[in-house]
Design a binder for this molecule. Structure first.
Ligand SMILES: [Fe+2]
Length: 206
């Protein structure tokens, strides 16, 4: 299937130049679980770790890639919210300063949900700043703005773009056969819609 991130699929040569992907699991793993080597090899796809989760390996492979993409977006969105929280100025300062921190807290919960689901499915959550900077599909947040209208507009754009991708992920996960991840993205997209409303209402008229 096509790559699920715009700037190169996770684990690809483009995303990790010079890195050779391989799967390692310690021989001692047999001492702490009941998997045989055949069980493990049947469940493990390249890049995924052994798990007792019964979702097919193809499903987990697709969904882990999807979660990896949206994890980068969500971490990028976290930073944008703090950027707005710290720097906003204007007549609505205190309300927006507090609101942007509320957005940050909500997005932090999305980040944890996404990353932990990814690991549950046998993936390795890639959340470092450098990976996120390369992989995020969100528009770049201006680092030099301070006026409240500019921050409201930029956060509206950021939240809207993230919400669009979280909503699209519902169908991708469902079509891959993972209703639990589809449900996770339903929760995330509903939550981000609420934060989008809180922010964008500042610029709406009568
Ligand atoms: Fe603060």
């Amino acid at each position: 299937m096509a790559a699920l991130c715009g700037k190169g699929a996770p684990g690809s040569e483009a995303a990790h130049p010079g890195r050779t992907e391989s799967v390692h699991f310690p021989r001692t793993s047999r001492a702490v679980n009941t998997f045989t080597d055949e069980d493990i090899m049947a469940r493990v796809k390249e890049g995924l770790r052994p798990t007792a989760n019964d979702l097919p390996a193809d499903t987990r492979e697709t969904v882990v890639e999807l979660l990896q993409c949206r994890l980068a977006d969500a971490i990028d969105l976290q930073g944008n919210a703090k950027q707005a929280h710290w720097n906003v100025k204007g007549p609505n300062f205190i309300a927006l300063h507090e609101l942007f921190d509320q957005v940050y807290a909500a997005v932090t919960e999305f980040v944890d949900l996404i990353a932990e689901r990814l690991v549950q499915l046998g993936g390795v959550a890639e959340g470092t700043v450098k990976v996120v900077a390369d992989r995020s599909e969100l528009p770049e947040y201006p680092s030099d703005i301070t006026w409240w209208e500019d921050h409201v507009d930029e956060m509206t754009r950021s939240l809207g773009e993230f919400g669009k991708r979280a909503r699209a992920a519902i169908d991708v996960a469902a079509e891959a056969g993972d209703q639990d991840t589809a449900d996770l993205f339903t929760e995330v997209s509903r939550g981000v819609d609420k934060q989008l409303w809180f922010v964008s209402a500042h610029r709406e008229g009568r």
